[in-house]
Design a protein around this ligand. Sequence first.
Ligand code: FES
Ligand code: FE2
Length: 396
Amino acid sequence: MEYRSGYGFPAEILADRPRMERLFDNKWFFVGMRGDIPNRRDYLKFSLFDEEYFLVHGQDGEIHGYVNRCAHQSARLLNEDVGRCAARIICPNHQWAFDANNGALIHAPHMCENFAKSEDGQTHRLDQIAIREIGTMLFACLGENPNHNEIDRMADLIAPYTAPFASAAHGYKRAYHHREIIDANWLLVMINNRECCHCAQNHKRLLALFDPSSFNGTTTPEYQALIEAAKTRWDAQGLAWKEMPFDPDENFRIARYPLAPGFQSITFDGRLASQKLIGPFENGKPDSSTLSFWLNPNCWVHFTSDHIATNWVLPLSENRCELYTSWIVHADAEEHEDYDPDHMKEVWLVTNEEDVGLCKSMSEGASSRYYKPGPFSDSEQFCTQFCDWYMRATEL
Ligand code: FES
Ligand SMILES: [Fe+2]
């Protein structure tokens, strides 16, 4: 069955693994925040289909990305999902040691004395992947010829929103992270994330944080008053707020939304998730809003006055994917003193779990012999945008 714009994907597209692999070879995708690996030698793993990769905070202060396989005899280099490696990346198999800054072989026990520095030794480097940092957000591209113009253009558009967070004197750290393997098709998880028609029924607690007009395309005098007051406040603080929509040539949407009156952060009770405010709010008051990013192909990230909640999803097979969520806070925030992880993480753990149930259900349905792609409604325009974009981005 052929893909038809405005409809969900045919089963053949959902199951087309080479097409998904093409996407991640050609497009930049979100893999975390600098705050996920704030200190030198910190690392964070991610998987895509059968391959494992890791980001590492190098001794040079830059974030680098590698395939998690030794250049000697392909043993796995790092076993934990997150952690801190030695000053060099040392393979647990025969202890070959690699430079975290560039993947070069530094030391090769059991080989002749000068092997690591020899011409042959220098050909045995870690396989590196391209990483770019934009305003503390980290992006990877797996292909050999990543499109730097594309990420430069994205940086130009994103930077005004993230700059006040990136330029803050304080650093960031991860307060908590959660990984989940989901038995669902990766494309269906992303499509679910791009629409809100399911929200009223399925995310009742999350919706209490927002005025309904934030999402349902309608407006009321109360919402008008809320948004006008917010824009005045944001302008006075120099915070970028203009909505940047998805369009056929872009792969992102950014919006700053006011939270419901009385809410200071994305928490179910509206209280701050962390007492140490971040970025532009560090020395002032919290703002009742969220700066939210939905970036194709794989993430949604929400900046509030006190923390950053990140979510990325990557495919592991045609019917399985991995969701990684992290909560990033001020580097000096103290657990239990400034923040309670259980309080901070509740909104996205609950909301994501609600979505996971729906995504599994749709994935099972898409495997049925009765499956037919259904149409998106006008208010599901971001799903149409995502699907059209995906088809264009993966054309041969
Ligand atoms: S496989 Fe890594 S050192 Fe041998
Ligand atoms: Fe949802």
